[in-house]
Design a protein around this ligand. Structure first.
Ligand code: ATP
Ligand code: LTN
Length: 345
């Protein structure tokens, strides 16, 4: 990974003694995981698994900040956890658990709410976007989303938060909240930093190359889901929007082609330059047909592993239980210190 680190520190005295950097990240089970989630976040979790001390969380409390069907939510939580494993997260190397199974997250979020100025929250662009799109009422939970995310990260004295570009602002506010708490009450938190790759940090919708590929996009043709079958992948790529002209080139004035080339390059493991050369003088149709094959071949082993995991539900429960047991003492220690510093009995 060509790491672009968005902040300079990510360390504090609390973590100087730890050899491996502490990493925390998560995905909300608010829909089906797509290749944007994989390219922007999960592949980096897998890549650095051996070098870091990792926690990967299924952030179900974040999912309910927008309306979810209660009958489907539980299944989605397990689906996300199973996909973490199917994508290559190894539960012997990384801890995986479900956010709501650890009540420390909600408790720390409340305390952080009481030190976070409302003006900081009003600047959050994701809230502005999501609240505009929201057809039903906009909940306090949606507004408070970044504070809960800060609690997730700060509970574990996290150094690094590997995420896609859209989460940069949330990690920045996490840093601000941590600094404010530390200076007002005393050292409690490590200051984390976002780790964002220079390639693929923002995969765009196949139907609108100016909008991010997103789980909650009502048009499923804009996203390729990790569990899409071959026919769906072929169809979505065939009808994907392209730019005017015929050239397969990743230039700024060809955002659709740039996006398709990025996907091809990452999932097919070939440089964009090599692809541009290979497809010189070749029409979009052939390029898209090859891209569909690359995506299908990439998804095949993930889907096979996913099905195996899904059939042994006891194993998945066990992984999540073990993950929770390992993370709980860390969050507990942070929360106890925070309570003490704040003066809660
Ligand atoms: P939602 O629509 O419910 O907000 P989402 O599809 O935007 O969901 P998240 O759960 O918000 O996905 O994101 C999980 C991780 O995947 C985050 O690290 C996020 O930055 C990354 N990510 C999400 N969408 C993309 C994308 N289109 N390109 C690159 N990374 C992405
Ligand atoms: N907001 C994140 C999901 C998330 C997260 C976190 C990511 C919740 N808590 C802590 C990293 C660290 C998103 O990707 N939408």
């Amino acid at each position: 990974m060509d790491k672009k680190e968005d902040a300079i520190d990510g360390e504090s005295e609390l973590n100087m003694s730890t050899k491996k950097p502490a990493v925390f990240s998560g995905v909300a089970p608010s829909g089906s995981l797509h290749i944007g989630n994989y390219i922007g976040a999960i592949r980096h979790w897998v890549e650095f698994q051996d070098k870091e001390d990792n926690i990967f969380c299924v952030v179900d409390l974040h999912a309910i900040t927008t309306p979810q069907d209660p009958r489907k939510l539980k299944e989605k939580i397990y689906e996300v956890a199973a996909l973490y494993l199917a994508c290559g997260i190894n539960p012997d190397k990384s801890k995986i658990f479900v956010q709501s199974h650890n009540p420390d997250h909600a408790q720390l979020a409340w305390i952080l709410n009481c030190v976070t100025p409302i003006g900081w929250m009003r600047r959050m662009t994701q809230f502005k976007d999501k609240s505009q799109k929201q057809k039903e009422i906009v909940s306090m939970g949606l507004f408070d989303y970044p504070v809960l995310m800060a609690a997730d990260i700060l509970l574990y004295q996290t150094n690094e938060v590997p995420v896609g570009e859209d989460q940069k602002q949330h990690v920045e506010i996490t840093r601000d909240i941590a600094r404010r708490f530390n200076s007002r009450f005393g050292e409690a938190f490590t200051i984390p930093k976002a780790v964002i790759d220079t390639t693929g940090a923002r995969i765009m919708s196949l139907q609108n190359p100016l909008a991010k590929m997103s789980k909650s996009d009502p048009n499923p043709d804009g996203s390729i889901f990790l569990l899409d079958d071959a026919d769906a992948v072929q169809h979505k790529i065939r009808i994907a929007v392209t730019d005017s002209g015929k050239e397969v080139k990743a230039s700024e004035n060809k955002p659709a082609l740039k996006n398709l080339l990025t996907i091809y390059s990452v999932l097919g493991n070939e440089s964009v330059e090599a692809l541009e050369e290979r497809y010189q003088g070749v029409g979009y149709r052939e390029f898209k047909a090859d891209l569909a094959e690359v995506v299908i071949e990439f998804l095949r082993p993930i889907q096979k592993k996913y099905r195996e995991i899904w059939e042994s539900r006891g194993y998945l429960d066990d992984v999540l239980r073990r993950g929770l047991e390992m993370v709980r003492p860390v969050s507990h220690e942070t929360l106890a210190r925070v309570r003490e510093l704040v003066g809660l009995g």
